[in-house]
Write a protein that binds this ligand. Structure first.
Ligand SMILES: CCCC/C=C\CC(=O)SCCNC(=O)CCNC(=O)[C@H](O)C(C)(C)COP(=O)(O)OP(=O)(O)OC[C@H]1O[C@@H](n2cnc3c(N)ncnc32)[C@H](O)[C@@H]1OP(=O)(O)O
Length: 288
């Protein structure tokens, strides 16, 4: 059923643009990802870890594998999206951070850094179609893409300070590169989540769409403009724009991971994560 919905959407996307359509499943079997490839060689990568695409090590390493694969097969573009019409991704999995062994936290954090390097530095153009809430790690994934299109009435942002740990430097830089120093400082120090309209105003997203289908139309328009740009020139220009952050993560990644592991392992942070998780459960109980 899910595959049928995706194929129907792709058919609509490409037929509406009078481009012949030929979706095929991308090679590789993924538990939490659906990867469809069209005749234009654009990959639609859909996260499908129900209910809210929480980023555990397995989902992140699947994203990492796909990115390697897309690079090797010289894809001409990628759209990252969610199966859900309510949540893009709820960020890193608390279950791998709460009362976890350092090795578990280390794997989680190194894998998200690996994804950041590959996605932010990808040679092909990337678009995030944000069909729902995108807090924390969800926001990070979208920030690594070149263009963000978000459906109305959701929230996006980096709320990690609320959990008692500081935002890692590379993530701070991602935010600064997108919304500027002043706005990033205000947002990060308060853990602000932006509504779709606020996110557009501050430049955190590039366009608002009324629904998933129109978000895909906009993504297609964004990607189509590169058909007339020589890929190598585009890639080198993107690399120049993104080099500083990529070099920083490559050089200091191991230090960032260890800092993050020790931060998360602190009793105070563990308490805050426990309280946050309990709060989510209570909210759910009260709304039922
Ligand atoms: C280099 C390091 C980089 C650091 C970058 C990022 C760090 C992080 O990402 S930390 C994670 C921070 N995430 C959040 O603060 C978001 C938490 N989630 C939510 O706010 C809501 O779930 C959300 C608005 C996304 C969706 O709301 P609902 O649609 O109402 O769903 P529920 O809240 O009922 O959630 C369903 C189910 O999922 C569990 N859940 C949600 N998020 C997480 C998570 N991050 N980790 C683990 N589990 C999560 C939630 O508890 C519910 O569970 P059940 O009650 O068992 O169904």
């Amino acid at each position: 059923m899910y595959r049928y919905v995706c194929k129907t959407m792709l058919r609509r996307l490409f037929l509406s643009k009078k481009v012949s359509y030929q979706a095929r499943l991308f090679s590789g079997n993924f538990r939490y990802l659906e990867v469809l490839n069209n005749e234009n060689n654009v990959a639609i990568v859909t996260m499908k870890r129900a209910p809210v695409n929480t980023l555990n090590s397995e989902l992140l390493s699947e994203i990492s594998s796909v990115l390697t694969n897309l690079d090797e097969t010289k894809c001409s573009g990628m759209v990252l999206t969610s199966f859900s019409d309510k949540v893009f991704s709820s960020g890193l999995d608390f279950n791998e951070m709460y009362e976890s062994r350092p090795a578990t936290i280390r794997t989680l954090v190194s894998t998200i850094l690996e994804v950041i390097i590959k996605l932010y530095g990808s040679p092909f153009p990337t678009v995030a179609v944000i069909t729902g809430h995108a807090p924390s790690g969800g926001c990070v994934l979208s920030l690594c893409c070149e263009y963000r299109i978000m459906v109305q009435n959701f929230q996006i942002g980096l709320n990690v300070v609320k959990l008692g740990y500081s935002t890692p430097l590379s993530i701070v830089q991602l935010m600064v590169n997108t919304i500027g120093h002043r706005n990033a400082e205000l947002a990060l120090t308060s853990g602000r989540l932006f509504t779709t309209n606020e996110a557009l105003r501050v430049g955190l997203i590039d366009e608002i769409a009324k629904d998933r289908a129109s978000a895909f139309d906009k993504a297609n328009d964004f990607l189509n403009q590169f058909k007339v740009i020589p890929p190598i020139a585009r890639h080198f220009t993107k690399q120049s724009m993104r080099r500083a952050l990529l070099q920083d993560v490559s050089i200091n990644g191991k230090i960032y991971v260890e800092d993050f592991v020790s931060l998360i392992s602190r009793p105070k942070v563990q308490e805050l994560i426990a309280a946050y998780m309990a709060n989510m459960k209570n909210k759910k109980k009260n709304s039922n």
